[in-house]
Design a protein around this ligand. Structure first.
Ligand SMILES: *Cc1c(COP(=O)(O)O)cnc(C)c1O
Length: 359
């Protein structure tokens, strides 16, 4: 009831994608990245469905990890940025979370926090991303310090992140993969996120960390998830709420960006940037009305957008509109925006009704 703007989410497609990834990377283990509300899909819903199907779940904060424990998710959880405050160690250790260490400050906090239960530790190394992590020359010392720590449980693991893996030929890839291999410490390793999984099959090491691929999307420009055998988990839909018969020369929407080149029917769809549809979408961005491709025309509003109905003469008020997902890859829509699939998919708002197919 109410405004018919919804995200249809497919359990089947999610598990299909996990299967495709697992087969591709075998025998490497899979850390499913569910940070940022599972890339906008709903962190609880996604993680409950992934529970038992992946080796670990990856989150950005202890709040995200605790939310998963609350709904009964039993899969081990990795805090990929570690803790942000020392007191998080006792909670994280009680819950058995795996914890990343990217700075000496965090290592010092561990000593002070002296958690009752030892923790599983991952060391983050900066091989060229220039963001978080110890420099390769610091790693042996940190490795030694954590190895000898009474608060560490089990083997240490080492993690790094590629900066240019979407671009297979970028020279930084070779530099980073080489530095990572040369660490040569007795630890399990993890390097590849989605684009690395697609472009660098020789660098899977012990764990891979897919995010975007899980949701059926491609991180590589010019390709869609379907090209890799994946299926979109989210299909964003709404309905036609009005049809206007406009004359040649009439304008459509804010700023009168679109001027009708002839007498034509223009459809109004109940979705806008206030729902997460990208404001930067240009005229011509593909929208599906029923099964017909009808280009976006005019600026996207907060609650509405407008489409050229000329390709769909039978369209009526109430008809189903697909913004992306099954039948219309988000990767293609994103090419008509100044944005990337990652940002668009994580931006779907709560007022959109989220409807999952069977668990
Ligand atoms: C977000 C993230 C990933 C997942 O990236 P994708 O490109 O979505 O696969 C992997 N590793 C780390 C450290 C991340 O922060």
């Amino acid at each position: 009831m109410g405004r018919l703007t919804f995200a249809n989410l497919s359990t089947e497609n999610l598990l299909h994608n996990v299967d495709v990834i697992k087969k591709k990377v075998y025998p490497a283990k899979v850390i499913a990245m569910v940070k940022a509300n599972a890339y906008g899909h709903g962190i609880r819903s996604v993680s409950m469905r992934l529970d038992g199907h992946v080796d670990l779940l990856g989150v950005a904060s202890i709040e995200e990890a605790l939310a998963l424990r609350k709904v009964g998710v039993r899969t081990p959880i990795l805090l990929i940025e570690g803790v942000f405050e020392p007191h998080e160690f006792s909670l994280a250790s009680a819950e058995g979370f795996h914890i990343t260490f990217h700075s000496q400050v965090q290592v010092d906090w561990l000593k002070k926090a002296a958690p009752l239960r030892p923790i599983q530790a991952w060391i983050k190394v900066n091989t060229g991303m220039g963001r978080l992590g110890f420099s390769p020359s610091q790693v042996p010392l940190i490795f030694k310090e954590l190895s000898q720590s009474p608060y560490r449980l089990g083997p240490l693991r080492i993690i790094s992140h590629l900066a240019c893996s979407e671009d297979r030929d970028h020279p930084l890839n070779l530099a980073q993969t080489r530095v990572f291999k040369e660490l040569a410490l007795p630890a399990e390793l993890s390097l590849c996120a989605s684009a690395g999984i697609l472009n660098f099959p020789g660098d899977y090491h012990d764990y891979v960390r897919p995010g975007l691929l899980l949701y059926g999307l491609s991180p590589i420009k010019g390709r869609t998830g379907e090209d890799w055998g994946l299926k979109p988990v989210m299909t964003l839909r709404s309905t036609l709420i009005a049809i206007n018969h406009l004359n040649k020369g009439d304008s459509v929407g804010y700023g009168a960006r679109y001027i009708c080149p002839e007498d034509m029917r223009v459809g109004v769809v109940a979705i806008g940037y206030g729902d997460g549809y990208p404001f930067t979408a240009q005229d011509g961005a593909p929208v599906l009305v029923n099964q017909s491709l009808c280009p976006l025309i005019g600026r996207v509003s907060m609650d509405m957008l407008t489409v050229d109905l000329r390709p769909c003469p039978q369209a009526q008020v109430g008809d189903l509109v697909t913004l992306w997902g099954q039948g219309l890859p988000l990767e293609i829509v994103s090419e008509y925006t100044h944005n990337i699939p990652y940002d668009i998919i994580t931006g779907v708002q709560h007022r959109v009704q989220f409807l999952w197919t069977k668990l």
